[in-house]
Structure formats: C-alpha cells, structure tokens
Write a protein that binds this ligand. Structure first.
Ligand code: ADE
Length: 235
C-alpha cells in the first residue's frame, strides 16, 4: 500500500518510524511519503493560508498549493482523505475498508480548515478522529494510518490475530490475564485456569457483553445477539 501525506509538518510523521508501522515500511508492506504542500505555494513567501470571505475568526488553507501538490502525484486509483472535525467519524470498519486499497492520500488541515473547493474537487473522504477539535490533522492522520496498517496481511505476526479485536466483533473485548495466577493475592478468574474451552468461550462472550453494556451501550444496537446473549444481558 502506498500512503502519501500532504502536511505542513512532515517531521511529525517520524512517529511512524517506530514499532509495527516502521517494520511494515522496512518490509515494504507500505510505502509512506510525506509532502510539505508549502513547497507548492506560488506565493513568494510560501503562504498557504488566507482570511475567510464573509469574515469570521481564523485563517483557511488556500486552494492553490493543495491543488498543485495533488496534481504532482502520479495518477492512480486512490482515496483522498481530508482530516476534519466535520467529517464522518473514523472507526474500525473504515480502517478495514481502507486496508483493502492500494493507495491512500491524507490531507492534513490547519487553522480553521480548507477552502471548500478543496473538498468539492479533490477529496473523496472527509473524516474526523472524534468529537473534539485538534490543532491540526496530523495526529488524526497518524492514528488512522496506524489503525489501517495493522490490518494489512502479514503486518501483525501470525500469533497476533486482529480477528478478535474490540470492534471487529462489534463488541468491546473481554478482560485478559497472564501469569502468575496469583499476583499478591489478586487471582485470575478460575474459569480461565479450568482448561474447559467451551466454558472459557462462554465466559469471554459474557464479559464482552457486560463491558459493552456498561461502557458503550450504543454499540449493542449494531450487534447480532444470540438467544443466550439476550438471556445473559437480561439476567
Ligand atoms: N483536525 C482538527 N480536529 C480534527 C479531528 N477531530 N479529526 C480530524 N482532523 C481534525
């Protein structure tokens, strides 16, 4: 997968030169390129922003540098993703969808955002990290890149399957425990030490249901619940 980021702060993306995303780059599962769109500004001072027509607070990113930066990219079937708090909220399902693409382009906004013509003419996806406002799109883009790249085939090792991730099942994940079974008197639940796989599966499913019910009841509306799931939730 080719990932291109248009940003005024390319140095921030060195955060992706660590851990699993770094390995995905080293092993050529992804190619990550950052482009400073200020380099495309036709203004001799390298300006990329201007005041909004109609007045109001803040500055907007002007169309010219971003149109020219996008025009400089090789033609390809690609998604052009604008990071903006007014976009669709990013989630695991969108990460899964993007992980099937061959090329993603991220446009990182600053100030009050982009001139609308950038959205209208260039952008295929307007996406928000959540219902809060960041100082720029970079941290949002990095988060989305991380969530997408870990879903690519062979990026996580075989033992670290993402099939049971929180959200992949529509539910939050159940609690996990590792050795020792007794840590300073804090015990691992007996069922996990029982060796009874059917009981363990049932316990995990019920813990996922319980957590989701307590913390994110909104998620339950989209999950197909079995009869025994319903019975458990009503108990
Ligand atoms: N830029 C500023 N706030 C943002 C958000 N919540 N998501 C994506 N990009 C942003």
């Amino acid at each position: 997968m080719k990932i291109t980021v248009l940003t005024l702060f390319p140095e921030m993306f060195t955060a992706l030169n660590h851990s699993i995303v770094a390995r995905a780059q080293a092993e050529k599962q992804i190619e990550l390129e950052t482009i400073n769109f200020r380099d495309f500004s036709a203004n001799r001072h390298g300006r990329v922003d201007d005041a909004p027509y109609g007045g109001g607070a803040g500055m907007l990113l002007t169309p010219q540098p971003i149109f020219d930066a996008v025009a400089s990219l090789p033609e390809a079937k690609r998604r052009i993703i604008a990071l903006t708090p007014t976009g669709r909220r990013f989630d695991q399902r969108l990460a899964e969808e993007w992980s099937e693409e061959t090329e993603l382009v991220f446009l990182c906004g600053h100030y009050e955002g982009f001139d609308q013509r950038i959205h209208d003419e260039l952008v295929t996806d307007e996406v928000s990290l959540g219902d809060f406002v960041l100082t720029g799109g970079e941290l949002a883009a990095m988060t989305m890149i991380d969530a997408t790249v870990r879903l690519l085939p062979d990026v996580l090792g075989k033992s670290a399957s993402h099939e049971e991730d929180s959200f992949s099942t529509g539910l939050l994940e159940y609690p996990h425990y590792t050795r020792p079974a007794n840590f300073r008197g804090l015990m691992v639940p007996d069922v996990l030490l029982s060796g009874n796989h059917a009981r363990i599966e049932t316990w995990r499913r019920q813990q996922s249901l319980k957590r989701t019910f307590e913390r994110r009841p909104d998620l339950l509306e989209h999950v197909v619940l079995s009869a025994s799931d319903r019975q458990y939730l009503q108990s």
